[in-house]
Design a protein around this ligand. Structure first.
Ligand code: AMP
Ligand code: MG
Length: 877
């Protein structure tokens, strides 16, 4: 066992890197570059130049070693002298195969892991610098250079390259003997304890307390705990004219810093928009060579200074740019005392670094060396553990912007979109630097198309013009003798139900009712209720369901507000009626009132634009408002439903939702348009899970709808597994926990579970989602829009929210209600002209619901706007 080693203390940067590398699966930490060498190349001279650089610079022959019990190693300077340059002849391959080989070498190097092999290569026994010369053609070579990051950063590579070139061309070395890194390391360590950097250290320790890490990107995945690090990148190239555009936008500042500042400011805006955080921290690389004497130094000197800036919707881009510049300059002033993550003891290095990185470099022009020219063509240095780091490189052919990211956390698709968003943002900020940052456009064309068109491509032309009661009458023709509706011991066949509804409809016509007239329906759940609803539709009028459990004042309010000339009710409810002006029609089991009317269909011409029902919603505040749903609205919904969730004679739907909620509407019509059986649960059933299980079993129910709260109760209910006839369970009305779905499916494995979402104002359902994929999220998404319906996620300025970011849901299309009954001002406020629609006079309903798009286009429900949801442009504390 080795007992004595001789070496030097690590520098602060090396200690930090060492700790990062010790952290599980955080590696690899290498710096590498590719240099293209054009012209005649003398391989031996290049080899000699490399050997000379290694002799001159200790850091190019430095390894790291610990004695047992040491927490951090020492840097140990070796002799060097190993065979440095591996040559590989690719000239026999075609261009594609050559670049594939280069790519795979560069990539393979990148895939070195921080496991035993990675650490081994840091040991004192290994040569840190490795070089590979690839021959593409006799006068075209690529030189790949690689150093562990503990021996060199990006600037090290650039300085090394220049030194190689000079040595290769036989130019004399500049100045005195080079500064050795071990000395620099010692000097940096001393600075960290020196008296005159005390103020700086205090500055940083006060900052450390403020540093936060919670601002994750909305589409970040949860990494598998032991998954090995995957380095991935997405690249954006800006041609010189785009770079000039940026430079014009920031004219007046010195060019280098201006372009860098512009790119950094846009990176911050993008992060701000995507995370919704008001303060965005970005680790900005400072190469540590501000001092003229350090300009040519080799070795890791780079620091990522955590630049924090507050962002505000209304801030002008140009002002923010100045602010970010000031933020950075302030940090730079104190950089000598910066010590996050590099203390010997302390916490893990990871806890100290920002999630997002930024790096700006200017690459030298191609330079001559002997008969050849040397051009840096690619470089990558991993120096921190950012989850996404933006590397900007200014070169002769424009700007190359590389997003390097942790492939365990992000998909390539999400990163491509992020890249396009950044591109769009650069464009709009360059054109409108005086604009408020909240108004800058950041959607790339493909994303805009996804949001506006692809995910809204729901158009279906449902043939014919038959309305709901017509479709029911057609079903009566097909299956007159089949059971249509069952209520406890009583059953009506399709024929009987239709006959009763026709008689009542004629009676209502006799009272003078027709299109647009509102008929109050105050009934308990019963066969008569079904007859009444159909009768009103057949009479061409609109019904207003009123729950008999409502307090008298509410009933009185609804009757008056709806100005219903007629009230349909049941004899046993007459006593509890409040004062009102409607003509009362009490319908009982033998339907005496209309017994002498004809039972034949009415064949009235009813316009699809006429009112079908008015359902009152209370909203969170204010008095209830009547939502006016037309025949066309209802028809679209029922045809969508029939198409997506077809029913047949074997099916049985349980009607249990109180009919004053619009979610109940389809429970009536879906079975009746398809020849299935409608089973009316007894009044109050929606509060009684045991009873529901009993009816499900007894009636062999195949379709059931529950609110998530009831689902929670249902999964606790004994005997649920006996409801095995169930094919579909629809949930909706509030957020649906994935756990409840899982538990339900465990007990009734044969049933599909769907999450349905929709405000009354857009006719029952707006989006639907089939539950059950193992997504790992706590709640189920609400899914994609139904037929002929568009959904838009917008910010307060009605701008499209990028994928993954929260916004308010706006709904357009065939199911948007006519508005609120007799409330024109409220209607105008909630139903707005559609800024994205193509037709004249189209409107959007603004829901007040906060949602976001997931990558597959499905929507996720986040909460009500009046609750605590962070959305750009909405100030909610
Ligand atoms: P209503 O007008 O009574 O149908 O209520 C509609 C409101 O209920 C929506 O605006 C949402 O706030 C909420 N809601 C409806 N369905 C869902 C669902 N599947 N997930 C979450 N919230 C829902
Ligand atoms: Mg609803």
């Amino acid at each position: 066992m080795q007992e004595r080693i001789e070496g030097f203390r690590l520098s602060p940067q090396q200690r930090r890197l060492w700790k990062l590398q010790q952290a599980v699966a955080a590696g690899p930490f290498y710096t590498r570059c590719a240099v293209s060498i054009d012209g005649e190349l003398d391989e031996e001279r290049l080899r000699a130049a490399l050997g000379r650089a290694v002799v001159r610079h200790e850091i190019l022959r430095t390894g790291f070693d610990c004695l047992p019990g040491m927490k951090v190693p020492l840097q140990i300077i070796g002799q060097g002298g190993a065979r440095l340059l591996v040559a590989e002849d690719l000239s026999g391959l075609d261009a594609a195969a050559q670049s594939a080989r280069i790519e795979s070498l560069f990539g393979a190097l990148e895939r070195f892991e921080a496991g035993s092999e990675g650490r081994e290569s840091l040991s004192a026994k290994c040569e840190p610098l490795s070089a590979r010369l690839l021959k593409l053609r006799p006068s075209e070579h690529v030189l790949l250079l690689e150093l562990p990051s503990m021996c060199g950063d990006a600037a090290t590579m650039r300085n090394l390259l220049e030194e190689l070139r000079r040595a290769y061309s036989g130019e004399p070395d500049e100045g005195d003997a080079p500064l050795q890194y071990a000395d620099l390391a010692e000097w940096q360590n001393e600075l960290l304890t020196a008296e005159d950097t005390k103020a700086g250290r205090e500055f940083w320790s006060s900052r450390a307390r403020e540093a936060r890490r919670e601002s994750r990107l909305p589409f970040e995945k949860r990494a598998e705990p032991d998954a090995p690090y995957v380095h991935a990148r997405e690249t954006l190239h800006l041609a010189p004219e785009r770079v000039r555009e940026i430079e014009r936008a920031v004219a007046g500042r010195s060019q280098t810093t201006a372009a860098a500042l512009f790119l950094l400011t846009c990176w911050k805006i993008l992060l701000w928009r995507l995370t919704g955080e008001r303060e965005v921290v970005v680790g900005v690389a400072y190469d540590g060579r501000g001092d003229e004497a350090l300009k040519d130094a080799l070795g890791p000197l780079t620091k990522y200074l955590p630049v924090a800036s507050g962002l505000d919707e209304r801030a002008r881009f140009r002002d923010l740019l100045e602010q970010v510049g000031k933020n950075f300059d302030e940090l730079l002033q104190w950089h000598e005392g910066f010590n996050w993550g590099c203390a010997d003891d302390g916490d893990s290095a990871e806890g100290d670094s920002a999630l997002y990185g930024f790096d700006y470099e200017e690459w030298p022009e191609a330079r001559r060396g002997g008969e050849a020219t040397f051009t840096l063509v690619r470089q990558y240095s991993r120096f921190a553990s950012h989850s996404v780091s933006l590397n900007c490189v200014r070169r002769a052919d424009g700007l190359s912007l590389e997003f390097h990211y942790d492939g365990r956390l992000f998909s390539a698709e999400d990163m491509r979109r992020l890249c396009a968003e950044y591109d769009a943002l650069l464009r709009s900020a360059a054109v409108y630097p005086e604009e408020e940052i909240g108004a800058l456009d950041m959607l790339g064309e493909p994303e805009r198309r996804l949001l506006l068109q692809d995910w809204n491509a729901t158009a279906i032309a449902y043939p014919g013009d038959r309305l709901i009661h017509h479709l029911f009458e057609e079903q009566v023709e097909r299956t007159p003798a089949a059971p249509a509706v069952v209520c406890e011991a009583r059953t009506l066949t399709y024929h009987e139900l239709n006959a009763r509804a026709n008689r009542l409809a004629r009676h209502l016509r006799g009272l003078g009712l027709g299109p647009e007239a509102r008929v109050g329906v105050l009934m308990e759940r019963s066969l008569e209720m079904v007859v009444a609803l159909l009768a009103v539709l057949k009479a061409g009028a609109a019904y207003v369901p009123i729950d008999p459990e409502y307090p008298r004042e509410r009933v009185a309010f609804l009757l008056a507000d709806a100005s219903a000339p007629v009230l349909l009710t049941q004899p046993r409810l007459l006593r509890s009626l409040p004062a009102h002006e409607a003509v009362v029609v009490a319908v009982d089991a033998d339907a005496q009132v209309c017994a002498d009317q004809s039972a034949r269909n009415l064949h009235l011409a009813v316009s699809p634009q006429s009112l079908a029902y008015v359902i009152y919603t209370s909203g969170s505040t204010g008095r209830p408002k009547g939502v006016m749903i037309t025949q066309a609205n209802l028809r679209n919904h029922m045809l969508w439903m029939g198409e997506c969730f077809p029913l047949g004679a074997e099916d049985c739907v349980l009607q249990k939702t109180p009919f004053s909620f619009d979610a109940s509407v389809w429970e009536f019509y879906a079975p009746l348009l398809a020849g299935a059986r409608l089973v009316m649960a007894r009044p109050g059933a929606h509060r009684d899970p045991s009873y529901l299980v009993e009816v499900m079993v007894e009636q062999r129910v195949t379709v059931l709808q529950v609110v998530p709260t009831l689902l929670q109760a249902l999964v606790e209910t004994a005997g649920l597994e006996r409801g095995a006839s169930l094919r579909r369970l629809f949930c909706g009305g509030e957020a649906l926990a994935a756990e409840a779905v899982r538990r339900f499916k465990a007990r009734v494995p044969g049933a599909e579970v769907y999450n349905l979402y929709g405000p009354t104002e857009t006719t029952i359902e707006t989006t639907s989602w089939r539950c059950g994929g193992a997504r790992g999220a706590a709640s189920e998404p609400i899914g994609r829009p139904v037929a002929n319906t568009q959904t838009y996620v917008l910010d307060a300025g009605l701008r499209l929210a990028p994928v993954g970011t929260a916004g308010e849901l706006y709904i357009g299309g065939a199911q948007v209600a006519r508005g609120y009954l007799a409330r024109p001002a409220l209607t105008a406020e909630r139903f707005i002209p559609d800024p994205y629609g193509e037709g004249e006079g189209e409107r959007l309903y603004r829901t007040g619901d906060m949602v976001r798009h997931l990558a597959g286009g499905e929507l996720e429900f986040l909460g009500r706007l009046d609750h605590q949801v962070k959305v750009r442009g909405y100030r909610i504390e």
